[in-house]
Design a protein around this ligand. Structure first.
Ligand code: 4NP
Length: 162
């Protein structure tokens, strides 16, 4: 079993979207029993809330249902429960590395990565925060996420194949 945690700031826009898109891709490949994912935020601003309405709408137009998701903050246990803890931007990445070093135990920071590193052909290091922008920002987020989850799944599959 491989476990992946997607992390942004509020856990209502980018990371639940990445989780939803990744789950769909994993299901399409028949890998739901081998790969699990979840999402979280480095803040607790929106803990317990469903995703942002605009994120749900944009994902829904691509056949992805984010409605059951609820925001939560990252926990120390996440650095042992998940094999990969992937940040949506550099500021989240820095917070995760610090949390992993202070609360995550030996080598926990090795599990922390930057999500867009899985789509190197795009030359982007971040999924831009769409929270204060218009609904188009959410489609842009989905476009970037769709590319990076493909790279992520390819990477997991090639790392696990004999
Ligand atoms: P997310 O977007 O990190 O992609 O979930 C945000 C959601 C809420 C806030 C910031 C970013 N906020 O400041 O409340």
């Amino acid at each position: 079993m491989v476990r992946v945690l997607f992390v942004c700031l509020g856990n209502i826009c980018r990371s639940p979207t990445a989780d939803g898109v990744f789950r769909k891709l994993v299901a399409e490949h028949g890998l739901t029993h081998q790969i699990e994912s979840d999402s979280a935020g480095v803040s607790d601003y929106h803990a317990g809330e469903p995703p942002d309405e605009r994120a749900m709408q944009a994902a829904g137009r691509r056949g992805i249902d984010l409605r059951p998701m609820r925001a939560r903050q990252v926990l120390p246990a996440d650095f042992t429960d998940f094999d990969l803890v992937l940040a949506m931007d550099r500021s989240v990445f820095r917070v995760l590395v610090e949390l992993a070093r202070t609360h995550g135990g030996d080598g926990a920071d090795d599990r922390v990565g930057l999500f867009m590193d899985y789509a190197p052909h795009l030359g982007k290091t971040e999924v831009p925060d769409p929270y204060l922008g218009g609904s188009r920002g959410f489609d842009r987020v989905l476009d970037l996420i769709e590319e990076a989850v493909r790279g992520l799944l390819d990477d997991i599959r090639s790392a696990r194949s004999p």
